[in-house]
Design a protein around this ligand. Sequence first.
Ligand code: SF4
Length: 384
Amino acid sequence: MKPLKYQTQDGKSVIMDMERHDFQLDDLVERIKDNDHRLVALQVPEGLKMQALEMMDSIEGDSEAKVVLAADPCYGACDLVHDKMRMMGVELVAHMGHSAMNIDSGMPTHFIPVTYDGDPEIDPVIPILARHKAIAEARLAEASTPFDLSEDEAKDRFLDAVGRVAPLSGTKLGLVGSIQHLHLLEEYKERFENAGFQVEIPTGGARLTFPGQVLGCNYSGDDPSIGHYIFLGSGDFHPIGLVMHTGKPLALLDPYTGEASELSFDRIERILRQRMGLIFSVDEAKSFGILIGEKPGQMRRNLAIRMKRLLEKHGRKGYLLALDHVGPELIDFYPVDAFVNTACPRIAIDDAVKYAKPLITPFELEVALGEKQWENGYQFDEIP
Ligand code: SF4
């Protein structure tokens, strides 16, 4: 396969050497043959859509099945194609590049792992990690005193990613990565240990399949013994969420390019400033659209209904709006003052500027209504 240039979710151009990727189709073909499936749906992430037709040829060439590409955008395993494919007579969904979540789409689904054999040197990232370890040690040394802050001090703290640090009991290096690089983690653990770091590969909750895995909406592997992070992967989509969630310093090592970098706290502070502005901007809002995601792994109906009740308690109006895809063209025209998003958490965080009206998270609504306090720091909207 030819090298592929594509844009990551944060808009960076990445060139992927497709020969170094392993698309593990053999188990899928075996399953199709064993079950004599005749119609299979293939779902691939956006970054691999260019390769989809070649994969369809390969599956059809090795089995009796016909393959239909689920060509709508797909950004995660939260977005499994479901009943529409059953209506089409599809017997099996083959989902590529993500791993199983704690959801049932109602369709038999085969997850196809994709791995990349990148092998970046660790030397360029060591000075960054050494600095981050020193930050973690200094934080651990500070006595964690209970907050007794004025409203203004509390708001300052809210903007301060450092102030938001989850409780610390150690300064270990947390080693995480995006899914196509997770097979490298054990080897890199050893390399970083040899370089003098105490390393942990964190294991998260039911939404995550593998040790060291992170999603844009779930960082449940974080634990107090971890003082800073290294992320093996490309782009800063996952790192932004991890730092917003934990407040811990994070270095990046990109297996595609070998580049080492870090996610600056300034960047996180800018995002938190924007979030704070949005919270202030809904102060006088009387009516809200409450977005419910229809995708199986994004649907948070109970949370949406709780937000509606909360708005009613505070004399405001909330309208429940269910959508498969969320975009400005689909909601901006509703005559409400603002929106609360319970679909993919990253829609509010990463895309807020695209919307004409404030688009906030459930936590931010709770802060705006005075139900949650500034001084407890920013709470990332996580789907468990
Ligand atoms: S809900 Fe959003 S962040 Fe989470 S897996 Fe789906 S697309 Fe990614």
